[in-house]
Write a protein that binds this ligand. Sequence first.
Ligand code: HXC
Length: 306
Amino acid sequence: MAVPRADYLSPVWRDGIFENKVVFCTGGGGTICSAQVRALVHLGANACILGRNIEKTEKMARSIATARKGAKVIGIGGADVRKIESLEQAVERCVTELGGIDYVIAGAAGNFLSPIAGLSSNAFKTVMDIDTIGSFNTLKATLPHLLASVKKSPNTGTNTSTGGRIIFISASFHFTGMPLQTHASAAKAGVDAIMAGAALEYGPYGMTSNVITPGPIAGTEGMARLGDKEQESTGAAQRRNPLGRYGTVKEIADGTVYLFSDTGSYVNGEVLVIDGGGWRSPGSFDGEKAYPDYLLEGQFARKSKL
Ligand code: HXC
């Protein structure tokens, strides 16, 4: 079913700017990444999305393809970013069927809430493997194609967008540390570091590497699973954000188009935080608890046996 453009893309972007370009996206079955890809497809790109769940990924590919008549969107289910061979196979299929890779979104992530005392080494490693090793594997497997894309479409100042760009999806909680998110914070800090290395090593070839850090985004599976339901239902969680609300997938998609189109041609090695200024929010003295009770009592404390 077609999703209205206004739900995933601002009207300011001109149709066709990504014509003949191909985007490769891990975690493409999820709410945020699928909106990013849908926006790029709407503006002319073809796409290959990867996910672990076969049915969900294929269904999402069909849905994204409705964003533009004639769009080609491949859904590769059963893909696991923890395994480099899985990515290499997907890259090969994408290049064979769509002709190359111009843009990459490394979006696959895994997460759950747990205090440090409740984390096994394997639990910590699992999230590091998905987020950090998965981002590295995605970069590694697509790099030759990103570099080829720069050669194929140098920035000539014409009206089509330059290729050879990668966006990693990270999170702001490692800037400050976050309770129950030590594993994910460590993993996302690694993602930012991979991005920085790629920006410095491959900038000289004309490739750009950046991170987008979404804040809490309304309607995502991550928020449904990990968000604090009680604080959300009272609006307290939203009010802690300087803009007083959660973000939308459209706001992340717009940031993606900015970085991939010629508007973002001089942005390299940057972390673009799209969170309404939320990560800077120091909590409040207005009676709303910035520090949740469940850290000290309830299910998480019981689980950690403290
Ligand atoms: C403590 C846990 C746990 C929990 C799993 N583990 N859940 N430990 N608390 N709630 C432990 C397990 O006991 C096991 O350790 C280890 O982690 C691996 O678990 P598996 O289930 O075998 O791993 P796997 O099947 O690969 O699943 C990966 C997963 C899972 C990350 C654990 O939750 C998952 O697949 N999630 C779906 C993807 C996802 O989370 N997307 C959301 C991204 S949102 P032991 O020692 O027992 O072997 C995001 C942004 C969030 O990242 C921002 C929101 C604010």
